[in-house]
Write a protein that binds this ligand. Sequence first.
Ligand code: MEV
Length: 284
Amino acid sequence: MSPATGRACGKLILLGEHAVVYGHRAIAAAVSRGVTVTLTPRPGPTRLERGPADARLAQVLALALPAEGLGVDIHSELPTGRGMGSSAALSVALLRARAALAGRTLDFDTLHHEGFALERIFHGNPSGLDHAVCALGGAVLYRRGEAPTPLPMPSHPVVVLDSGAAGDTSALVAAVAARRPGVDSALAGLGALVEQALGVLDQPAALGALLLEAHALLRQLGVSTPALDALVALAMDHGATGAKLAGAGGGGVVLALTPDGGEALLREARRRDISAFCCRLPEA
Ligand code: MEV
C-alpha cells in the first residue's frame, strides 16, 4: 500500500466564539494555511514519525488509527493554541488521510461527526464550529447541533497579529462555564453581534465596529489578556476598522479588519517584533 495524504485548512472566528458553545450563532471563515497528514504503511506499531509531542494527540491517534501498521507524519502551517484551528484542521486532515488510505473520500456529515469525537479529546466541550469550518472551507454560519450554513460573504483583507502566547481552549471554555450565570448577558451580547453582522458583511466600517464590541464582551468573559488588548489598540491606531481576539483567547491571535490592505499595521507590527501576517477572510 502506498502513503495517503489528507489536508484541511485553518480558520479564524469573525464573531461568536464562546457564545457558540451555548447555542448562539457564530461566523467563522477558512484561511489557506492548514495541516497535512500523511499515513505511510509500515511494519510494527503505529507511531508518530513527525508532529507535535502532545498527550492529547497520542489519544487522538489511538482513537482514529489502527494500533499496528502506520507511520504518521503531521505537517502544520498553523501555530498551535493560537485560535487558528490547528487541532480541528489536524482532526479533519487525519480523517481524510485515513479515508484516502482506504481509497475513499468522506462526505461532510461523516467528517463532522467523526471530527467531533477527536475534537472532544483536544477541547473537552467543543461547539463543533472549528472542525465544521476546517472541513467546509469558505465562510460559515454555525449553530451548535445544526448543519453549518455556507455564508456568502465578501472576502475582506485582514491582518492577524500573534500575541506570542498559546491559549488552552479546553481550560478557557471551562473557565467561562464556571463564571455562568454571571457572564450570560455577555454571551447573549456576543450572539446578538453575530445577528447584526449578517446585515453588514459587505460594510467594513460597520463590521469593524461590531468586532470591537465583541472584543469588549470577550474581555468581560475574562478570556482576553493585556497583550491581546494592546494588539487591538495597535490595530485601531494603524488603519483597522475593528479588531478582536479570535478563538478561545488567553493568548492566541488578534484579527484586525483592514480595508486599506493592512500595510501600515503590518509595518508597525514588524517594527515592534510582533509576528503578523496579512490574508483575506475567507481565503480558502
Ligand atoms: C475555539 O476556537 C472556539 C470556542 O468557541 C470553543 C468552541 O466553539 O468549541 C472558544
